[in-house]
Design a protein around this ligand. Structure first.
Ligand code: 5AD
Ligand code: SF4
Length: 457
């Protein structure tokens, strides 16, 4: 960091007294959003202010996602349209950060076809931002830092988007190599943060009044495997639960192959851990799961679900599902619908398979047409709508604790929030409730949210 302090001082001197504005936009998962908050943290130190308006910006950073092709296409579209901005304001600096840049063919494409881009910054090179910016301010046309995994990035101070919900990355990278997934290639192997760093960050956030702490990792269940058994994820949950204060702990994502009884025990034992588990199943077909290299069967997955339901039959589960994996047959797809019916998820995040260059699945033959994949997706969503419509009724008459998030965009005079179960709850109220816990009695259920009545204490 010493090195950066000098560079940041130099940048401040170059920027002078005129206010400089940065537009930072993050795409994709919450880990990426968290990286975006760190980029902002560094920019703030350099003296930048922030704007939501690209045309007012002196610096634009697009913090990109590479998980699916449509996310990449969107970024290319946006970068293309920024050519005009640069013509109007030649001093504008444009940088691309995040997962897209870690694929060499994409970095090459940016360099060749998008001359308006001044620099690219890799996912693990957040601390390289000051150096790149200084080069650009000194007139360099294209620079890149997609270098080494830089674990110190973990400790960069963030400019947080919310004053009551905070994400805390607990680990970086992934060792699982699911055959469809680009993440292990763009984010490298698993690296866990030190438990004491995580604990003191969460203590600080709680002191600052944060009400929801979201622990992030590609597979939080393997937290600590690289720390020599010092602390496992369930142990970390218990330790964080012991921090004094009124707040919730959430976490994401949890690989079913590593979802242990200790994890489920911790969720049920710890009163601050939200009563919701996101457990990505991806497919209900054993053959597809095998070809995805998920390392569990539908039966093993269901044994975890049954363990949870035996403790609380109303427990809330959500999942990720991929439709149209290479050569997915109709029977495979039906098996996915069957597991959805069996588990009765409160919500699913479903994606049409997207071929990612460099992954194993990209080499697999795929005879399924895009049209067929689209039809399956529509059917899947329809089935889930039916499940949610029925399943949400179990909340009617129940009291829920809700963290109010925002004013409702759908109902005048209503506020929206999430319950501990990760269910959207809307109730009458005004913006003064935002960021607070509110007790609500559920009066009505829909397939995407429930409506409730605020209980005055
Ligand atoms: N195509 C479609 N969906 C994908 N995901 C990851 N890689 C791909 C891909 N190539 C989905 C998985 C994962 C979620 C974050 O994104 O369902 O759990
Ligand atoms: Fe990708 Fe699988 Fe790792 Fe999740 S666990 S990031 S899907 S490789």
């Amino acid at each position: 960091m010493d090195d950066n302090t000098v560079i940041i001082g130099e940048i401040k001197r170059l920027l002078g007294d005129r206010p400089h504005l940065a537009y930072v936009r993050s795409f994709g998962c919450q880990l990426n959003v968290s990286d975006g908050e760190k980029l902002k943290g560094l920019l703030k130190k350099m003296g930048y202010g922030f704007t939501e308006d690209e045309s007012a910006a002196d610096l634009i950073i697009l913090n990109t996602c590479a998980v699916r092709e449509n996310a990449e296409d969107r970024v290319f579209g946006i970068v293309g349209s920024m050519k005009k901005l640069k013509e109007l304001k030649p001093s504008l600096i444009i940088g691309i950060a995040g997962c897209m840049t870690a694929q060499s063919h994409v970095a090459e494409k940016i360099k060749k076809s998008y001359p308006q881009v001044d620099f690219v910054l890799g996912t693990s090179a957040i601390n390289g931002l000051p150096r790149l910016l200084l080069d650009c301010l000194n007139g360099a046309r294209f620079s890149a830092d997609i270098a080494e995994y830089d674990d110190f990035s973990a400790e960069v101070e963030q400019v947080r988007e919310s004053s009551f919900k905070a994400s805390v990355p607990i680990m970086f990278g992934c060792n699982n190599f699911c055959t469809y997934c680009i993440v292990p290639y763009v984010r490298g192997r698993e690296r866990s943060r030190r438990p004491e760093d995580i604990i003191s960050e969460v203590e600080g956030l709680v002191r600052d009044g944060y009400k929801e702490i979201m622990l992030l990792g590609q597979n939080v269940n393997s937290y600590g495997n690289d720390l020599g058994g010092e602390m496992s994820f369930p142990q970390l949950l218990r330790r964080l639960n012991a921090i004094e204060g009124d707040f919730w702990i959430r976490f994401m994502s949890s690989h079913p192959k590593d979802a242990s009884t200790e994890l489920i025990d911790a969720i049920f034992d710890c009163e601050k851990v939200a009563k919701h588990l996101h457990l990505p199943v991806q497919s209900g077909s054993d053959e597809i799961l095998r070809r995805m290299n998920r390392r569990y069967t539908a039966e093993k997955y269901l044994s975890i679900v049954d363990d949870i339901y035996s403790r609380d039959p109303d427990f809330s589960l959500t999942t990720d599902i991929i439709v149209g994996f290479p050569d997915e047959t109709n029977e495979d797809f039906e098996a996915t619908l069957a597991i959805m019916e069996r588990v009765r998820y409160d919500n699913i995040y479903s994606f049409i398979y997207s071929k990612r260059t460099g992954t194993k699945a990209a080499e697999m033959p795929d005879g399924i047409s895009e049209e067929e994949k689209g039809q399956r997706m529509r059917r899947l969503l329809e089935v889930q709508r039916g499940i949610s419509t029925e399943h949400y009724k179990r909340f009617i008459g129940r009291r829920m604790r809700v963290l109010a998030d925002d004013v409702s965009k759908k109902r005048e005079g209503y506020v929206t929030g999430k319950s501990s179960e990760f269910i959207i709850v809307e109730f009458e109220g005004d913006s003064s409730l935002i960021g607070q816990f509110v007790e609500v009695e559920v009066t009505e259920a829909m397939n995407w949210a429930v409506i409730g009545r605020r209980i005055q204490k």
